[in-house]
Design a protein around this ligand. Structure first.
Ligand code: GAP
Length: 519
């Protein structure tokens, strides 16, 4: 069921100009790369603007940069990506398909969870109001059996990943009887490490080429510019550097549409602070980032934190903000307390001191860092998944509507002449010429008004302005609201004020500013 909905969302994205598969006119396209269409790019830009403004406008001590995608290759040695940015992969000899060993085991853990949920649902149905779920989970023999197996597997898997112990990962797959979903066999190869960085060569002189990487995260562009930014902006600790940009990862298994891509976009902010204050800032950013999500009004119950059990060796705290997608709660953003690891590593590998002179303490030290890192594409996907609705209407018809947060909608207002004659198109053009300086608008004069409303609903346009005969007489139009479908008669002179306040990111930012003021 949830899978069906997700499939519908993916095809809706294509049909209505949000997201197209890459190089689609070629028979094989290009897996795990997607192109954003005219509506998609507007929505994505609105997400980016909301994030950027929430960082750079709302915080006096956060500034932005835009670093290059290519960097000196030693950067990636220093950051640990050359040696350790790996996924464990395994091949099935019969299907010739490649999988992430960790994903296969995680799916198996999820299967035990599903079995438990099934037992609980069955019992809930049987016992009705008298059902005590907590007690059932604690006492039902079948649930306990599944839970025991699940916990044992989870423990074994977590231990194996810590090494990582590749032989043990393979053994778990064999012991659990995990089969290839395509061939149905257990004919597995050994597990090998696979580095996720894309590389290419740089150099203009023949023969003198060098290996260079496409950045797998934007963060390192911030770390290597720490001194430049601090000196040129004269920021005092604590302060942050924000950046939005492309990142590239050669994902072995690209799944779930724009959720896991090989080329994607990140919005990252590194917050530099005094050693010893990082946990306070970690807590601040957890709350501030959750507030950013919640201000969009997509339901507070659809978010949760997932604290990392296994921390990277240099981190002292890490959590994910997960959003309820049709395929379960999934990570959209990571918040990581990275200590002084990255700056120290760059100091070691570059020979340049990455220190901050603290005038209050009269000493120099390598600052600590708390990072917030969110994928633009995953954010886009969560917004789309939440917005997509199929509604049965009272008059027996149905509609597909994208109930997008108004500030994120690609088109804020459609201007629709009721008929394509009698001076109405000209009047519509006049209205649009006025509104277009304030928010995104378009004109649609083709097909019946009902069909045009449906088209606007399908791309999430919050307001439709219908121009009819009466408009020419009294300067009023019909203003239709997307979600309620209610219509009201308003004067053209009032249109801008009514719409602008609701669709601008300013209102959203003001709401957020209130939420984070006292954190
Ligand atoms: N600098 C830290 C960092 O890159 P990460 O957890 O690997 O941390 C941060 O990535 C965010 O980037 C994720 O929460 C996710 O939203 C996004 N992301 C990571 N890999 C992705 C992929 N293959 N496709 C789409 N988004 C991805």
């Amino acid at each position: 069921m949830a899978e069906d909905v997700f499939k519908k969302i993916v095809s809706h994205c294509k049909e209505y100009g949000f997201v197209f598969p890459s190089s689609e006119i070629y028979p094989e396209g290009l897996a795990a790369v997607y192109d954003y269409g005219p509506n998609g790019v507007e929505l994505k830009n609105n997400i980016k603007k909301y994030w950027w403004d929430s960082m750079v406008l709302l915080h006096n001590n956060i500034v932005g940069i835009d670093a290059g995608i290519f960097m000196n290759p030693t950067v990636w040695k220093a950051s640990g990506h050359v040696d350790a940015f790996n996924d464990p992969l395994i091949d099935n000899r019969d299907s010739k398909k490649r999988y992430r060993a960790d994903n296969l085991i995680e799916d198996q853990i999820a299967k035990y969870d599903e079995k438990i949920d099934k037992e609980v649902k069955k019992a809930a149905k049987k016992f009705g109001d008298a059902f005590d779920e907590a007690k059932f989970r604690e006492t039902n023999p079948r649930v306990l059996e599944h839970q025991k197996k699940r916990d044992a597997l989870h423990e074994r898997y977590t231990k194996a990943m810590q090494g990582p112990d590749l032989e043990e990962l393979r053994q778990i797959i064999l012991d659990e009887g995990i089969v290839d979903p395509i061939s149905g066999t257990k004919n597995w190869t050994d597990v090998r490490q696979f580095n996720l960085m894309f590389s290419t060569e740089i150099g203009s002189t023949a023969g003198a080429t060098n290996k260079i990487y496409l950045r797998p995260e934007t963060a390192q562009g911030i770390f290597v510019n720490f001194l430049n930014v601090q000196r040129t902006t004269r920021q005092k600790l604590p302060f942050g550097i924000a950046q939005i940009g492309k990142a590239f990862r050669n994902e072995i298994v690209a799944r779930q549409f724009v959720f896991r891509m090989r080329e994607f976009e990140q919005m990252e902010m590194q917050f530099f602070c005094q050693p010893g204050t990082e946990m306070r800032w970690f807590e601040y950013w957890k709350k501030a980032r959750l507030a950013w999500h919640e201000a969009l009004g997509m339901g507070d119950e659809n978010y949760r934190f997932h604290d990392h059990e296994k921390l990277a060796f240099y981190a002292n705290a890490a959590t994910d903000i997960e959003f309820r997608m049709p395929f379960g709660f999934k990570e959209v953003e990571g918040i990581h307390s990275r200590t002084n690891y990255d700056l120290s590593q760059h100091e070691k590998f570059s020979g340049t001191k990455m220190r901050y002179f603290d005038p209050d303490k009269n000493e120099s030290y390598v600052p600590y860092d708390v990072e917030t890192s969110i994928g633009v594409d995953r954010m886009f996907l969560s917004v789309m998944c939440h917005a997509y609705q199929e509604q049965q209407l009272e008059n027996g018809s149905s509609r597909v509507v994208l109930s997008l947060p108004e500030a994120l909608a690609p088109i804020k207002c459609a201007v629709l002449p009721l008929v394509n004659k009698d001076g109405l198109p000209e009047k519509a053009q006049e209205i649009q010429d006025d509104l277009k300086f304030h928010f995104t608008t378009h004109i649609d004069a083709k097909d019946s008004i009902g069909k045009r409303y449906r088209r606007e609903d399908a791309i999430g346009t919050p307001y439709c302005v219908t121009v009819d005969g009466q408009t020419l007489e009294d300067n009023t139009v019909t203003l239709r609201h997307r979600d309620s479908m209610e219509q009201e008669r308003v004067n053209i002179n009032e249109l801008r004020a009514i719409i602008e306040d609701r669709v601008s990111s300013t209102s959203l930012l003001k709401k957020l500013a209130k939420e984070i003021k006292d954190l």
